[in-house]
Design a protein around this ligand. Structure first.
Ligand code: 9UX
Length: 67
């Protein structure tokens, strides 16, 4: 499963690393691509192991808003 999330507040490379790490650590997430200029995050995940709500929580826990 692949999803593109709109994430507010990611502006520098540290933001990118924080979001990438938080998502990658979730079981079932296989790939994460943060696009700073677009304010988007592409996530590939196994929908039998994780869901969109969990992905959003992981991003929000890092201090960013998911639209
Ligand atoms: Mo960079 Mo991101 O100084 O919240 S860590 S903007």
């Amino acid at each position: 499963m692949a999803i593109k999330l709109n994430v507010e507040g990611m502006t520098c490379n540290h933001c990118k690393m924080a979001v990438t790490k938080a998502l990658t650590e979730l079981e079932g997430v296989s790939n994460v691509e943060v696009h700073l200029q677009e304010g988007t995050v592409d996530v590939d995940y196994d929908e039998t192991k994780v869901n969109v709500e969990k992905l959003k929580e992981a991003i929000e826990d890092q201090g960013y808003d998911v639209k």
